[in-house]
Design a protein around this ligand. Sequence first.
Ligand code: NAD
Ligand code: UDP
Length: 349
Amino acid sequence: MKSSILVTGGAGYIGSHTAVSLAKAGFRVVLLDNFSNSDFQAVQGVRSLINAEVPFYEVDCRDTDGLFDVFRIEKEKGHVIKGVIHFAALKSVGESVENPELYKDNNILGTERLLEVMRAFDVENLVFSSSCTVYGEPEVVPVDENAPFLEAESPYGFTKQACERLIVNHLTRNPKFNAVILRYFNPIGAHPSAVIGESPRGVPNNLIPYLCQSVAGIRGALHVFGTDYPTPDGSCIRDYLHVMDLAEAHVAALEFLFKDKLRDKDTGWRAYNLGTGKGASVLEVIQAFEKVTGLEVPYSIAERREGDVVAIWANASRAKDELGWQTKRSLEEALNDSWRWQKKRPDSQ
Ligand code: NAD
Ligand code: UDP
């Protein structure tokens, strides 16, 4: 058994899949979540896939005492937490525009408090969930990690930029601290068992959950937000990667942190883009879904969505060169897994 790893946001979409990959790689996972965008079913799903004891704490990352208790209780049980993967955040771009204060409070303060408690317990290794939104509308694609942070397109994007800066500042004051910042592109798909997957609350904002619910008859036709963009077919381009590939990147990042203490040879932190390196347009995704499932996607062309980046995909060669990670699964496989998960949840609202 390797080290104990605290997974904040562990009941969420990416956190739950990562927990399973971590356990498969031999880590002992400890989950923490406040269920603001998830429920206990995901914890049960993780437990059944791991088939082992998985401690879960219902705690909010802004609650210093609650966080303190998690580290203390685990320590008293003889499991010193060696690293943290910090997924816990609110992630809806639209909601962040409506309520920017909530996003600042939840995402930035949550990260600040977590860092304080990690310091109190001498926990030196952090993997942070960032996003390609930190790049805004990039001037060059594929975008690499040296691209500047442009003005954030939304308060959500702003919180990711702010958290990255917070982590880098924390490093300057804490000589032993190491952090890997992972900038995700667009994760989709589900665990192939369909025991865990993405469970958005209410009407999904993201393309794939909406598309699946549309095909399942739970929603009306999918609205394709704009086909008049300067792209080959006029719809926006993103880099969609399978959530299991993304989960495995966290294992690679942790192993890298434990093996190559960044502090010893660098500034103590490193950022990595996580994507396939290939872009797909909204219309191409619809076609790929129809091809792989044999089902028709009901859709109509709608107005552009405010704040959408036109085209972005990753240059993920740094992750390949330094973490030894690259995506293995195709867009079709991811769409098939999303659909398999949707079929298991016919009542999803
Ligand atoms: P998710 O909403 O499924 O998971 C986040 C989890 O964190 C949820 O279970 C939620 O209940 C929990 N949470 C939120 N605030 C919390 C708090 N203050 N204390 C404790 N728990 C809290 O989202 P996800 O897609 O799994 O995203 C995970 C991380 O990855 C987030 O930081 C998100 O910003 C980032 N990210 C996601 C995407 C994406 O497309 N899904 C892309 C880039 C970055
Ligand atoms: N999109 C769409 N209809 C939807 C949801 C999304 O056409 O109902 C488009 C959106 O405009 C974007 C792409 O799908 O071009 C991916 O959007 P998503 O919200 O999934 O991810 P993000 O905007 O964070 O990249």
